[in-house]
Design a protein around this ligand. Structure first.
Ligand SMILES: [Zn+2]
Length: 310
């Protein structure tokens, strides 16, 4: 049995390396530049960054946050993004560990693969949300490559998972009196099949994305009618659709709630310090991303807690 620490170490290292690539995306995507070409350069003196100065976190610490050639300060968000994604991948690797070693006994191989894909998509969502959070904060832009690209990727992953379902797994049955969900192993002879497992998974996905978009468009429209100005950009709508695509409808609503709460709190702090007026722009997308990250980690617990309160 592979120990947990191995999973966590591999996850952390992978997160650091992808975090380094994420920094390239953050610096270039909002400006419409390619993320593969040319090689990274110092934004101040233009000197190409040597490979040994490009090691995640370590190089930044060794160079004390300065360019080797011109001593220009390299922003602290570079190592922070790398460490953040490293920790994110580490927690997801730990989830995969418990899936493989503890739930394995009760799972078929295809269920296990499907579970690992589901957990890996949460890791990918972390990559996208951390990137979008920093990009929106710095540039007020949420590039389509991350929002639309992420939604497309999520659809692909759900499709793969739908192929892995057993023939009558997760189907929705329709009998004359009630709709019932079959559990694996139960007989499906009790009613007519209303939705097959794959249809259910894919329609859930589409319904979540559609409803998330509609709700935010509605909020946007109400805000515009009341205040006679644009409250949020279409980028925020695409961002919420991305969260719904990966996490489902209710976790996306939770993200919206947390994001709105955090943004309001931040706005009030700025107002009270006289640093903002009633018409100041706030990078709402960044707060929504933070809400999405919290919902991905604790969504299920928070939604259950809310249900017990009702
Ligand atoms: Zn330089």
């Amino acid at each position: 049995m592979t120990p947990l620490i191995v999973y966590e170490a591999v996850g952390f290292l992978l997160g650091l390396i992808l975090g380094s690539f994420l920094n390239v995306c953050i610096a270039r995507l909002p400006r419409g530049e390619s993320v593969v070409h040319p090689r990274s350069r110092c934004p101040n003196c233009g000197a190409a960054i040597r490979w040994y100065d490009n090691i995640p976190v370590v190089s930044w610490l060794l160079l004390r946050g300065r360019c080797r050639d011109c001593k220009f300060a390299i922003a602290a968000h570079y190592p922070l993004v790398e460490i953040g994604l490293g920790l994110w991948f580490m927690t997801q690797a730990a989830e995969i560990y418990s899936l493989v070693h503890f739930t394995h006994a009760g799972l078929s191989t295809s269920d296990l693969v499907s579970g690992v894909i589901a957990q890996s998509s949460i890791a990918i969502l972390g990559f996208l949300l951390i990137g979008l959070m920093v990009m929106d904060w710095q540039t007020q832009l949420l590039p389509d490559a991350f929002t639309f690209g992420g939604i497309a990727l999520s659809f692909l992953l759900v499709s793969v998972r739908s192929f892995l379902l057993a023939p009558d797994e997760d189907e929705v049955l329709l009998s004359s009196h009630h709709i019932q969900l079959s559990s694996p192993g139960s007989s499906s002879a009790q009613g007519n099949v209303f939705l097959t497992g794959p249809e259910r998974l894919l329609s859930d996905w589409m319904f979540s994305v559609f409803c998330a978009v509609m709700i935010l468009l509605l909020v946007r429209w109400i805000y515009r009618s009341l205040r006679h100005r644009e409250g949020m950009g279409l980028g925020d709508v695409k961002l919420l659709a991305l969260i719904a695509a990966f996490l489902g409808f209710w976790p996306a609503m939770l993200s919206l709630f947390i994001g709105a709460l955090a943004a309001s709190a931040y706005g009030l702090i700025l107002l009270s310090r006289g640093k903002a007026g009633a018409t100041s722009k706030l990078a709402f997308g960044s707060f929504l991303c933070a809400g999405g990250l919290i919902a991905a980690l604790y969504g299920e617990k928070l939604i259950n807690l809310y249900k017990t309160l009702l």
